[in-house]
Design a protein around this ligand. Structure first.
Ligand code: CP
Ligand code: NVA
Length: 314
């Protein structure tokens, strides 16, 4: 498998085999890191980390992942560069592409990261946009594989804002990888129909399954209960409306019991708002794997950089 030179904007652009390859590479890098072995696959490579929104996990995973492999990361925060305000995206992309070997971008409109990739001529990695959060899905799927040994046929139930970047990206990833994926959300917060149709096509090829419902009884049988914040970054003014819509969809101990499985795990991409989308008891409980999931951001993001930019790929 050779992903050298590829950008990583959404999982739509990757086959099941390529996603599997990235997960295997991440598992390998994780094992090595635990033994104190780091690499030099990014030696001599400089990467730009553009963050128009705040971040803990993604920023740190790109930084540590890059340094572990011998590269140099440069953080460019919202107020540090001229992107999209004083300077067009096209111009910034071409300038950064002349100086850096790879560019991570976290921001608002997904079109911006696409434009960056088009003009920069170096790999561009999506660190989250309003629409997609693909690096998070790799960490989630590595975590699920570690807990259950497989992705195929795993019943993954996402509850909450069914049209945010996490729901969209889990939908794509599940369709590609043969996961049995359900979104439980009020109808106003369902994902766009064309994306659902596309992912149903993926699922028909992978042996996966996609279900949309507003009925909480669909948590029954879930191997994984997944939730995310009710108001994503940039949507803060929608807080009251979302609380009203989503309060019946909170993940609490009763919901975890209603899966009727003691083996169900709880996942959340974090950061979490305790007492809103998830209770303190569930987040801190025995079934929660959120910190394994957070750690796996490092190994999977490192795998994306190594695969698309690593010296071995040339
Ligand atoms: N899950 C995630 O992307 O976390 P950060 O916003 O802290 O990067
Ligand atoms: N949906 C959340 C994910 C944060 C990692 C947001 O966009 O804020």
């Amino acid at each position: 498998m050779n992903l050298y030179g590829r950008s990583f904007l959404t999982l739509k652009d990757f086959t099941a085999e390529e996603i599997e390859y990235l997960l295997n590479l991440a598992a390998d890098l994780k094992e090595k890191k635990k033994k104190g072995i780091t690499g030099n696959s990014l030696k001599g490579k400089n990467i730009a980390l553009i963050f128009e929104k705040t971040s803990t996990r993604t920023r740190c995973a790109f930084t540590i992942g890059c340094v572990d492999e011998g590269g140099y990361p440069e953080y460019l925060g919202a107020n540090d560069i001229q992107l999209g305000s004083k300077e067009t995206i096209e111009d910034t992309a071409r300038v950064l592409g002349r100086m850096f070997d790879g560019i991570e971008y976290r921001g608002f409109e997904h079109e911006k990261v696409e434009k960056l990739a088009q003009y920069a001529k170096v790999p561009v990695w999506n660190g989250l946009t309003d629409e997609y959060h693909p690096t998070q899905i790799l960490a989630d799927f590595l975590t699920i594989r570690e807990k259950f040994g497989t992705l195929k046929g795993i019943k993954l139930v996402f509850v909450g804002d069914g049209r945010n970047n996490m729901a969209n990206s889990l939908l794509i990833g599940s369709g590609k990888m043969g996961v049995d994926f359900t979104i439980i959300a009020p109808k106003q917060l369902w994902p766009k129909e064309d994306l659902v149709e596309l992912c149903k096509q993926y699922a028909s090829q992978s042996g996966g399954n996609i279900t949309l419902t507003d009925d909480m009884s669909y948590v029954e049988g879930a191997d994984v209960i997944y939730t995310d914040v009710w108001c994503s970054m940039g949507e803060e003014e929608k807080a009251a409306e979302r609380i009203a819509l989503l309060s019946p969809y909170q993940i609490n101990e009763k919901v975890m019991k209603n899966t009727k499985k003691s083996s169900t795990i709880f996942m959340h991409c974090l950061p979490a708002v305790r007492g809103k989308e998830v209770t303190e008891e569930v987040l801190e409980g025995q079934q929660s794997v959120v910190f394994d999931e957070a750690e796996n951001r490092l190994h999977t993001i490192k795998a994306v950089m190594v695969a698309t930019l690593g010296n071995q790929g040339k």
